[in-house]
Ligand binder design. Structure first.
Ligand code: CA
Length: 510
């Protein structure tokens, strides 16, 4: 009888709850945001709609992880942690210790918005699910384009100085040989016209990331990306840096090095050094996510299309990036209001709410708004930034946390941010036609044992690959070293690494 009664009450529990309930949440936010998250308009509206008061322990991002770990180890647990920043290792350890609770039943019973997301995009359910079959956290999902057209498909866009091309009467290079000739002209013909040979034909930061020249390897085979991992169309996971084409790519880069076309600081510079030379417009070709961050949103630089290699091979290697963060929110074992908490979190997954969680809101009378709400179309439309830095503006008003923005929301629920729309068009027009791989390597949820093994292997293996690459580009000799290199990769655990990555991929793709 009591059970039945509880069931009836639970079915009827809906927002706003009749009597105000308080939940204790921990979170983090930018130093630019209000100290008390409840001052944010988004949370004010949520409290009004739900009659649930959130008592926050809010730490600024710089100290958050330390404070979070302290609280969790002292046993002084909040009910939940929003913007938890937990990696896979943390999640599995906390679950093992019983500090956080599995949430798959809560999703099934109380979270229709999240269920709808997972129905429309089932690949996320596989990625949320731990190897033991449980779900321990609520993810952040931000799609901008999907499949090959995803904004994450290529991180290191190559930006070429079209002002210099024009001045020297050169065409946009289409092959690696043409690129070499262009770079030689940049070096020797004083395209900036100051009488000095101060041009830097080819610039990059020689470590994994958006400023690396990994893109250029696409002309020679599988190509390269930051985690050296691609999935071939037969479903086999491959390690890019042991591919025969990779060796040819190195030889080409060594040719450029011999011609003194490569930035002498490429292998040691940091972002600020790279940025400073870029701002002075000294680069012929350089790499980054978005040129606006380095040389500005002007017509001096343009995206260089993928180049054909010596045998005509063209390939754009996909980056294994996606807008998915598994451990964005957790519920702790101290929580006595699981149903209510789940329902509150589920509100964050409502499409219109998710968009605001992520970027900011509308109708704020005190702060600059990210959106205006169009009542007739029920759409949130991005407003012009009017000179404000988008990240700063977002940090003041958005809440982050668990949310889901699927690609099909654009044009229905919201508009795309201008910077993203521009980059997505470039991706589609210039890069997508040359992407050969049908799949990327997804964010597989590995077991603790696998995570241990992978991280142990990767520490030495990845460092070795980057070190050898830098050596070979500068001193050549890749042919002579290659067999020993391949042996050393195996000694460092490459075959074991491939086995774990392959079985993770297969598990994810069942
Ligand atoms: Ca010059």
């Amino acid at each position: 009888m009591v059970r039945l009664l509880q069931k009836i009450i639970s079915l009827k529990m809906s927002f706003p709850v009749k009597e105000k309930v308080t939940l204790n949440f921990m979170t983090q936010s930018s130093p630019l945001a209000p100290k008390d998250p409840n001052e944010k308009l988004i949370y004010k509206r949520l409290e009004k709609e739900t009659n649930v008061n959130i008592k926050w322990k809010n730490y600024t991002s710089d100290v958050f992880v330390e404070k979070r770990n302290l609280a969790m180890s002292s046993g002084d647990l909040p009910d939940a942690i929003l913007d938890a920043a937990y990696g896979d290792y943390d999640l599995l350890k906390l679950a093992k210790d019983g500090a956080i609770v599995p949430v798959e039943d809560l999703i099934e019973k109380h979270m229709p918005n999240l269920r709808k997301v997972l129905k429309e995009a089932p690949e996320y359910k596989a990625m949320m699910t731990a190897p033991d079959g449980h779900i321990y956290s609520f993810p952040w999902i931000e799609e901008l384009g999907s499949g090959k057209e995803s904004i994450h498909s290529v991180d290191d866009f190559p930006w070429i100085n079209v002002e210099w091309l024009k001045k020297l009467g050169l065409k946009m290079p289409k092959t690696t040989e043409e690129l070499k000739k262009v770079l030689i002209a940049f070096k020797t013909k004083d395209p900036n016209g100051n009488g000095k040979a101060d041009e830097i034909p080819l610039a990059f930061i020689g470590k994994p990331g958006g400023e690396d020249l990994a893109f250029l390897f696409g002309s020679f085979g599988l190509g390269e990306n930051w985690d050296h991992t691609v999935v071939q169309n037969n479903g086999k996971v491959a390690f890019t840096s042991s591919d025969a084409g990779y060796k040819e790519g190195i030889k080409f880069l060594h040719e450029l090095y011999k011609e003194e076309l490569i930035d002498v600081e490429a292998f040691e510079q940091d972002w600020n050094t790279y940025l400073a030379k870029g701002k002075d417009n000294r680069y012929g070709l350089y790499f980054t996510w978005d040129k606006a961050n380095i040389t500005g949103m002007n017509n001096k630089y343009d995206l260089m299309p993928p180049l054909a290699g010596p045998d005509g091979h063209v390939n754009v290697t996909r980056t294994n990036g996606m807008g998915f963060d598994r451990g964005r929110m957790v519920i702790t074992s101290a929580n006595k209001n699981l149903e209510l908490t789940a329902k509150w979190i589920d509100k964050l997954y409502d499409p219109t709410q998710s968009v605001q969680d992520n970027w900011g809101t509308y109708g704020d009378k005190k702060l600059q708004n990210i959106f205006e709400y169009d009542k007739s179309t029920k759409m949130l439309k991005h407003l012009p930034l009017n000179g404000s830095a988008p990240v700063e503006l977002r940090q003041k008003t958005s809440i982050g946390g668990p949310l889901a923005i699927l690609d099909e929301y654009y044009g229905k629920v919201t508009t795309k941010p201008d910077d993203a729309a521009w980059r997505l068009n470039l991706m589609k027009d210039v890069m997508v036609p040359h992407m050969t791989a049908e799949n990327i390597y997804p964010k597989v949820f590995f077991s603790l044992d696998d995570l241990d093994a992978l991280s142990t292997i990767e520490t030495d293996l990845f460092a070795y690959v980057i070190r050898k690459r830098a050596e070979w580009i500068q001193n050549g000799k890749v042919d002579k070293d290659w067999n020993n290199y391949m042996k050393e990769l195996d000694r460092l655990g490459l075959q074991e690494w491939l086995k774990i990555k392959q079985s993770g991929y297969d598990r994810n793709h069942k």
